[in-house]
Design a protein around this ligand. Sequence first.
Ligand code: ADE
Length: 501
Amino acid sequence: MSADEMDRAAMLSVLLALIYSRINTVLKAQSMDDKLWCVCENTHTCEDGTCNGDMCFFTLVHGQKVKGCFDKEQREQCYVPRITGLYAECCNSNYCNFNLTAPGDDKKEPYVPESVIMLVAVPLFVLLVLSITVCGLVLWLRSRRPHQHLQEHEPSMLKMPSGGDPTYGDIFDEFCTSGSGTGLPYLVQRTMARQISLVECVGKGRYGEVWRGTWMGESVAVKIFSSRDEQSWFRETEIYNTVQLRHENILGFIASDMTSKNSSTQLWLVTHFHELGSLYDFLQYSTLDPEGCLRMCLSVASGLVHLHTEILSTQGKPAIAHRDLKSRNILVKRNGQCCIADLGLAVIHSQSNDYLDVGNNPRVGTKRYMAPEVLDESIRVDVFESYKQTDIWALGLVLWEITRRTIVNGIVEEYRLPFFDVVPSDPSFEEMKKVVCVDQYRPCLHNRLHSHPILSTIAKIMKECWFQSPSARLTALRVRKTLAKLDQDQDSSTDKLKLDV
Ligand code: ADE
């Protein structure tokens, strides 16, 4: 089959899927009376503790109990992979999940004769005391040895994600980081991905599509890669599965899956879902106050520091440069922080193991966000530092987009893409090169920014991200430190204000 025919077949299958889902919706509306009522608990779609569906379910995922309704198409989710910490049960009558519990939850105490207690419990107790003594001794001996590696890094680098209600994403995190692995085993990822119900398309582009899906009653994001961009799927899957990337400012990975559908390959990447969408979408309809702006900028810088930093420990990671940082590849979280997405173009570097892996993706970064040395092709492609420096250029542009939407003295600007005033939409490589390298033009900074302590510092950072010479630019760590200091000063001045009042 030619590429054209494959595209046409893919389009036809998408069309058929759309018609099918439309018919389904109509049928569903008609058969509302046939549906069951179920108890719901701990799902964000739950209203008044009841829901309506084709079957009722109870699930237990690593201690988190969820009750709710599944539609027929979600039936598969009643059969979860048999791994510790996962349990699911479905039933088919009104409110039948009211009394459902996990096996062992409601077991009565079995009768145990005294002789058995003497034979089993006493030796067990002795064993326990012995083990505690040995562990104590080992810990004491270890504490006398000098500490290695871990102390070389700031503790925040190794912190687990925090804040907000636990989601299934967080539960997966716990699952995956409790051992030495970097994610769920491949087979589990596959099983999970195939139990996801796609709900609505939330994004579409050259890369493919992003859907909101549900798994066990919780929302997940499913990025479906276009066949042209399979190298990005391979790269992102490889990085998420081999590098310990859990960080509150990096999009949380759940699973990757490759399937064959109508003789074409479907590539899925399942991640945490963020209902506020991309930073680009968010900035179209929202404005910020200076504190909100600082929180966002600091979170993006923190995500970038985590990527750029090599961590030397058993749970460590190589350094990673993103190479396509932009507001469309950053997601906004409910807590006002952001997380960085799309590692399809990333390069990996380990100084300790002396390797640089630039991958083999034919894709290049987004032209609008390209640094001067990329546009004039003077970038040193064999030096990892070069890629970090191009990320910093793009970071400056993202900070600029955020500050435009920040209200200072009652003034705010409309959302615009960087260089909106000097290049057309979808600019060519040559158009960008003329502006950035020949004219050495930089985005304008509005006067209001200079009248506010937070915004004037961010304006200074931006300028230092846009030096023509890559080595003169700030590092992500420097940007983060400056912003973190601003944030602390902010906190202490509000504390002082509270005390004065
Ligand atoms: N758009 C792209 N990725 C997304 C995600 N993970 N959550 C919500 N919207 C998205």
